[in-house]
Design a protein around this ligand. Sequence first.
Ligand code: C2E
Ligand code: CA
Ligand code: CA
Ligand code: CA
Length: 278
Amino acid sequence: AKQYELGPLIVYDNGLMNGARERLRLWSDLHRALEREEFELLFQPKVSALDGSWKGAEALLRWHHPMLGAINPDIFVTLAEESGLIMPIGRWVIAKALDALQSWRVETGNMDLHVAVNMSPAQLSDQGLVQLVVEELERRQLPPSVLELEITETQMLEPEKAAAVISDFARKGIKVVLDDFGTGYASFQYLRQFEFSCVKLDKTFIDSLESKSHERVLVKAMIDMAHSLSLTVVAEGVERNSQWFYLKSMGCDLLQGYRFSIALPAQALPEWARQQPV
Ligand code: C2E
Ligand code: CA
Ligand code: CA
Ligand code: CA
């Protein structure tokens, strides 16, 4: 057991969890959260930068703790990684996300929609992960191109191992996205080393678009470079029309953020899309 390592995280992020006993409690509660069906998967729409039309969604995990209420993924994903629980949880996330995508395809008739799930680098060492993903797609008769796996560069601990798994996914036609692009010191290194099909510009860049002209130059350069490598570019954390305007004029492909929608239950997305003024 390594629960002592969890101390600072929980003390700072959740005032309720400041004793060793409480930490141990949260730890053991997480082990039962799957079977008790305490997880919920929400979906934040991704839209076209050109006209705001619905293109896909990112799955975002929530844990509804029976006593503590909603717990932020920033806290429990770390816990899940350290305990190895991220493997079964991650498999559950993939199945749920594909279920959601399938229901949207049936309801809207739009076969171009995609769904993205977040992957901890720890999951890349899940033996049989690629096979599981392929089987989950086949079971629903979904083409591999509808699934995107988002991986954060700053967490890449074993780049060689990760590169092998990523190219395995790429060979099968499953897209891998470099999340939080531009925040790690190795961003450009990673672009050369891994077979990504998309980069996701970190929210920190989007935040400073309106106030800092040199940031706009930087963002434009990142978009152009990604495009020259045939990568799709997504911007996250778009909250205002002015940010949309800049990103559209710079040729960013897809947008995501509170300007368009917060993360919603799966069944709410088709209705949300119908209400968009396209
Ligand atoms: P991320 O992948 O960078 O996700 C983006 C976060 O920004 C999400 O927080 C989202 O709700 C939030 N967000 C989206 N649009 C806006 C906006 O316009 N403004 C602001 N201020 N925030 C926005 P969330 O859902 O709390 O997720 C936090 C992190 O937890 C994610 O960061 C991701 O790394 C991780 N995570 C979430 N779900 C999963 C999962 O199923 N598996 C794994 N391994 N990690 C997950
Ligand atoms: Ca993400
Ligand atoms: Ca991100
Ligand atoms: Ca992040």
